[in-house]
Write a protein that binds this ligand. Structure first.
Ligand SMILES: Nc1ncnc2c1ncn2[C@@H]1O[C@H](COP(=O)(O)OP(=O)(O)OP(=O)(O)O)[C@@H](O)[C@H]1O
Ligand SMILES: [Mg+2]
Length: 229
């Protein structure tokens, strides 16, 4: 058997709020093979974004661990972890996290800052990615001057421009109409067809069925169902 690209072993992430403890992720064990397209579904507050942040190395588990190609994220130095985030993964955040005073083009180009590409090449790649997302005529707009769906597409562009091995997308079509949802679905499927691994959080079951090869349902921080689509 090949080593999974990502593996979570008995992963827990608890948040303490005064005397209460929220068990956002509560004992998740899963393995994701290279080239898989996994959809994470479940009720609001069941821990999807928390799990995604852990897998992306953006948050540290309370207990349990995560392996990327057999190497434990917890054992990586700060620098190795930064490299993992910079080179291997792209994240589309539920709340976009765009830099407000930068244009759409600059927001996407920023993702290539540590890539080693010259500025002109960075700009060319960023513009090309945004054009593919139907944003070619919005390159010079700042986030405040874009609609929610357009901001979402910039956030997607920022994750894809590095051509990372794994794309984590948290509700990538949450603010999009049907047409744009289909466009993003096609783009993610295309990306997956080129061998990229995709982990997508969505409330849209049709989208999950259409795009992904596996559906994982979370319930109060635990996997309640895992099925092939
Ligand atoms: N930083 C935090 N501090 C305290 N509690 C948190 C924190 N982050 C998340 N939580 C709690 O953990 C639980 C899981 O949150 P999470 O954001 O992972 O849910 P979700 O499944 O992504 O929900 P949604 O579909 O609404 O985005 C929630 O009950 C939330 O209130
Ligand atoms: Mg969420």
């Amino acid at each position: 058997m090949t080593t999974p690209v990502l593996q979570a072993i008995d992963l827990c992430r608890y948040f303490r709020r005064g005397k209460y403890e929220v068990r956002a992720v509560d004992g998740v064990t899963l393995a994701i093979e290279a080239g898989e397209f996994v959809s994470l579904v479940g009720a609001s507050g069941c821990g999807k974004s928390t799990l995604l942040a852990l897998l992306a190395g953006l948050d540290t588990p309370t207990s349990g661990h995560i392996e990327y190609l057999g190497a434990s994220l917890g054992d990586m130095s700060r620098r190795q972890l930064a490299e993992y985030r910079a080179a291997q993964i792209g994240v589309v955040f539920q709340s976009f996290n765009l830099v407000p005073h930068r244009t759409a083009l600059q927001n996407v180009e920023l993702a290539l800052y540590f890539s080693g590409f010259q500025r002109t090449e960075r700009k060319r790649r960023a513009a090309h990615t945004l054009e593919r997302l139907g944003m070619g005529d919005r390159l010079d707009h700042r986030p405040a001057d874009l609609s929610g769906g357009e901001q979402q597409r910039v956030a997607i562009g920022r994750a894809l421009v590095k051509e990372p091995q794994i794309v984590f997308a948290d509700e990538p079509t949450g603010n999009l109409d049907q047409d744009h949802t289909m466009q993003i679905a096609e783009l993610l499927k295309e990306l997956n067809a080129t061998g990229k691994t995709i982990v997508m959080v969505t409330h849209n079951l049709d989208l999950a069925q259409d795009c992904s090869s596996r559906l994982i349902r979370l319930d109060y921080g635990r996997i309640s169902e895992a099925s092939r689509t």
